[in-house]
Design a protein around this ligand. Structure first.
Ligand SMILES: *Cc1c(COP(=O)(O)O)cnc(C)c1O
Length: 223
């Protein structure tokens, strides 16, 4: 095995050792090569996240159902059909309009799609995601759909040098998650809380995350 492969395999092992077994380690694979993605899969990481459909397609075509594919980037409605065709979970649903478009494509392809709502927990003007006060309305709307199944929440939160600064945003998202969990709406089950990246995943897990999305810590710095 070459040294790049060794490094990636070692990183997977190190992270897996420091997280509880029920937490899903997802590789955030933007900018990485097919070889790198193959390596994390061989090392046991079978959930792969992509931000852009065009970048993901050749990788998904090569690897297929040896991995589970998560859409974690902002999704435009004109890409909805191709995403429904090729991905297994969409973590970035943030509007009723987008949800309705996804529902139509799921129906025509006869495919049920697990989704997460992306929360703009930092209330950042330049970021996508639903503001905390808008979540409940969207959840009620989503619960009426037949093919989309809301299974949890995702957040990025602002980027900080000090990961401890992320904690309030993870807490905010967790509180929404707990509130929705007891509402018992049809088609809604709060199973996944996707938050935390390379520098913040330990804090995110302390605050209840059970999906962490890791790029840099697995593959090294992006070029
Ligand atoms: C890039 C990315 C990550 C991983 O970021 P790292 O800091 O490299 O671990 C996680 N989530 C999303 C949505 C991303 O775009």
């Amino acid at each position: 095995m070459n040294s790049r492969k060794n490094d990636i395999v070692e990183s997977v092992r190190r992270i897996q050792q420091t997280i509880p077994p029920e937490v899903m380690l997802q590789a955030a694979a933007k900018t990485r090569t097919l070889d790198d993605v193959e390596t994390v899969i061989q090392a046991g990481v079978t959930h792969i996240g992509y931000n852009y459909v065009q970048e993901a397609l050749p990788i998904i075509q090569a690897i297929g159902n040896r991995a589970t594919w998560h859409m974690i980037g902002h999704l435009q409605r004109n890409k909805a059909r191709i995403v429904v065709q090729h991905f297994d979970m969409i973590e970035t649903v943030d509007s009723w309009k987008l949800a309705q478009t996804l529902e139509l494509h799921c129906k025509s392809l006869q495919k049920t799609m697990p989704i997460l709502i992306e929360i703009n927990s930092g209330r950042e003007a330049n970021k996508t995601g639903v503001l905390p006060e808008g979540v409940e309305e969207l959840v009620h709307q989503l619960s009426t759909l037949e093919y989309l199944q809301l299974v949890g929440l995702m957040t990025m939160g602002p980027r900080f040098g000090n990961p401890e600064d992320s904690r309030p945003y993870f807490k905010t998202t967790r509180a929404i998650f707990e509130r929705l969990a007891v509402m018992n709406l049809p088609n809604v089950s709060m199973r996944y809380l996707s938050m935390g990246m390379s520098n913040s995943y330990q804090i995110a897990i302390e605050e209840g995350a059970n999906i962490i999305r890791i790029g840099t810590k697995l593959f090294g710095e992006r070029q």
